[in-house]
Each structure stands twice: as structure tokens, then as C-alpha cells.
Design a protein around this ligand. Structure first.
Ligand SMILES: C[S@@+](CC[C@H](N)C(=O)[O-])C[C@H]1O[C@@H](n2cnc3c(N)ncnc32)[C@H](O)[C@@H]1O
Length: 239
């Protein structure tokens, strides 16, 4: 189901498709909840991996991993894992780590599973939403969120932080990289396109830190920031 320009659809708690968001594609999945797919529109999904690779996403994900001090015995969760590139890379960097990826997009998950199979690594990929994680309390040492948080609707952002905190073990930590809000004002047309969704509007670093604090995270902080060609990104950590 896709919202058309000028229409506002109410799809239940936290999911309202307004006309500005309708410029980007929406997909329905998993109990008919809406989500914004990786490349904005389903048919662009095959282009997602080569496009973000070209834009420097591999470097950003490696940097995020290095910030997390992952240990060989850890169990890690990649929320909004998309096509599984990060999850598969983690197994390459530290093969003994248990990796779980979750995403609402069945098409992206199918790509993830094929990617893991090709790399001959064992990764569990689940279908689900970041604000309703199907995992027990305290079941992960690290949670990663790579270029995912701006896909979450405003109303579900705090719930997402609460869920991430719930599934983290005591002493565990969240590591998140995402665009900063100022991309919508960028002179770079690509950055403007990527940041055109109204969901970018509240994706400013202070707001993300506030959600982390509100969810009960300790020491939420910005660890670093970069300006690859798709616009400014910030790296966050909280425990
Ligand atoms: C830009 S992609 C990032 C994918 C991957 N993390 C990466 O680094 O390439 C954003 C992903 O978030 C997923 N997503 C959208 N809404 C979500 C939600 N409510 N909960 C979890 N994931 C969501 C999309 O399906 C998409 O795969």
C-alpha cells in the first residue's frame, strides 16, 4: 500500500502517512504495519547495496563496529539490518560473535539470507519492527543501528529506544550511526533527496540524545561525526 500525494493515511498507533512522506515509497508488511524500505521504493532495492557502498557506507559501518568494543563471545543485534551487509561484515571481522539481524522488509531479509549463505556465515535474520523487538529482556551485549533511525516514524522513536534498552544486557551498549537533520539544507542534490522525508526533521543529534536519556540510557553521547558525500552523519553510543 502506498500513500498518494496530498493524502494522509492513519494506520494505527505511530503510523501516519502524510503527503511529504508519500514522496518516498512505503511498503506494508508484518501485520500490515507500514515502513519505509531501504532505498525508499521497493523496486530500487537492488540498487541499495551498490549505491550506499559508493557513498561510503562500508567505512561508516566499520567505524561504528570499532567504536563498540565487541568481544568474541558477544551476542549482537543489528536493528533495521536491511540487506544484511553490516551483519555479514561483523561475522567477517569477528567470526565467533553471534549475530542477529531484524528488519520489517521481507525482500531485504531475503537478500540478507542469500548474502550470509554466499559468505558461508551463520546469522539469524528475523522479520520485525524496532519498537516491538521479539527478544527477551537482557539478551544482547551490543545493539547496532546503522542508517536506520531516520526510517522510524516520530511517534515510534522513543519506543524504539526503550525496546533497545530492554533487550540489552546490564553493561551492554547501543551504537548508532545516522544522518543529521541538516542534510535537507545541503547543496548536494543527492543529500537533499536522501533527506527529503519529513522523518529527517527530528533526526537532529540533540533530539536523538534526548530520546536515549528518556529511555533510561546512561551516558548517551556523540562519539564522532563525518561528512561523506551523502551528507553529515553522527555516531552515537549509550549504555
Ligand atoms: C537505509 S536502510 C539501512 C539498512 C542497513 N542498516 C544498512 O546499514 O545498510 C534502513 C532500514 O530500516 C528498515 N526499517 C524501516 N522501518 C523500520 C522499523 N520500524 N523498524 C526496523 N527497521 C525498519 C528498512 O526496512 C531498511 O531496511
Amino acid at each position: 500500500m502506498t500513500a498518494s500525494r496530498g493524502l494522509t493515511l492513519h494506520l494505527g498507533p505511530g503510523f501516519r502517512l502524510g503527503h511529504r512522506d508519500s514522496c518516498r515509497g512505503y511498503a506494508m508488511s508484518h501485520a500490515n504495519r507500514a515502513f519505509l524500505p531501504a532505498a525508499g521504493l521497493d523496486f530500487l532495492l537492488p540498487l541499495y547495496d551498490p549505491m550506499v557502498k559508493l557513498l561510503g557506507a562500508d567505512r561508516a559501518r566499520k567505524k561504528l563496529f570499532d567504536q563498540a568494543s565487541v568481544q568474541p563471545h558477544h551476542r549482537v543485534l543489528d536493528v533495521g539490518c536491511g540487506t544484511g551487509t553490516f551483519a555479514v561484515a561483523i561475522k567477517g571481522w569477528m567470526p565467533t560473535v553471534q549475530v542477529v539481524g531484524i528488519d520489517p522488509d521481507s525482500k531485504a531479509l531475503a537478500r540478507s539470507r542469500r548474502k550470509a549463505q554466499r559468505a558461508d556465515v551463520s546469522i539469524r535474520f528475523d522479520q520485525g519492527f524496532a519498537n516491538a523487538l521479539p527478544y527477551s529482556d537482557g539478551s544482547f551485549d551490543r545493539v547496532f543501528s546503522s542508517l536506520m533511525f531516520h526510517h522510524i516514524p516520530h511517534d515510534a522513536k522513543l519506543a524504539t529506544m526503550l525496546e533497545v534498552r530492554r533487550v540489552l544486557k546490564p553493561g551492554g551498549s547501543l551504537h548508532l550511526v545516522d544522518f543529521e537533520q541538516d542534510g535537507s539544507r545541503s547543496h548536494n542534490p543527492l543529500a537533499r533527496w536522501l533527506h527529503s522525508s519529513e522523518r529527517m526533521q527530528d533526526n537532529n543529534p540533540q533530539q536523538i540524545l534526548n530520546w536515549m536519556s528518556e529511555a533510561g540510557f546512561l551516558e548517551p553521547r556523540i562519539v564522532d561525526s563525518d561528512r561523506p558525500i551523502f551528507g553529515r552523519i553522527a555516531y552515537f553510543a549509550a549504555r
